[in-house]
Design a protein around this ligand. Sequence first.
Ligand code: NDP
Length: 258
Amino acid sequence: MPGTEPTHSPTPAARGRVAVVTGASSGIGAATARRLAAEGFDVVVGARRVDRLESLAASIGARALPLDVTDDASVTAFAGALDRVDVLVNNAGGAFDAAPVAEADLDSWARSYEVNVLGSVRLTKALLPALRASGAGDVLFVSSTAALISYEGGASYTAAKHGVHTLAETLRLELNGEPVRVMEIAPGMVRTEEFSLNRLGSQEKADAVYRGVREPLVADDIADCIAWAVTRPHHVNIDLLVVRPLAQAAQHKVAREG
Ligand code: NDP
């Protein structure tokens, strides 16, 4: 019937659009950069380990720039090197301990806040003028299921990721009426090479996190979600996407074999 067809804004073609991925030297960030490049975005990757970034960039035709999201001067230089930005994936982050609050190491807490929360704020603030100028901008935060629940020994990370969650919600409210989407992907257990190692300090402890779990998520699964979210028609805003492996029904409910 005339007039009943759904109307929607066209998906901005990926070609010619610039997607910035932070923390792209490993894990989810590297997989996201690969996937967005395959989708046709012009990808810019940032992280501190430039050697890793450069080899990734060479293999996917991306641009590598040094970036420390905890450092104002580094973020200013990074933003200054970009003429255009359509998509910002705030992925740089991590967990640095598993200590109970009674034994909190405040340096570890500060590190967690610096990279997960303030790092995301720094990048978003620096690139927002370019995202607005894009006319169809996207800011996507990689938070965690730790942004939505709490668990023992997790507070330096859960508190920071809760901060990322409220940052995304606040920004979405503040940008209402403007052509910039604000999205959040909250992954559960993702088996990446470095995340649990950085958190727990030994390969043995890191391996124990995934022991007996049939098919934890892998970085490509999250990259797939991110690519899907940023390629929806631009009037469709994926506010929050929670994604876990089938074996993980909740943070404390993980099916393990053997
Ligand atoms: P990785 O440890 O593999 O990757 C973290 C990335 O962040 C690295 O590329 C690292 O690069 C970068 N990074 C760390 N500090 C900085 C900094 N100061 N400036 C710029 N980049 C930085 O972890 P994952 O890929 O597993 O995690 C990626 C994101 O997903 C994180 O935000 C994490 O909290 C989140 N997440 C992970 C889950 C998991 O189970 N793995 C589950 C839920 C969320 P470099 O050291 O070169 O700077």
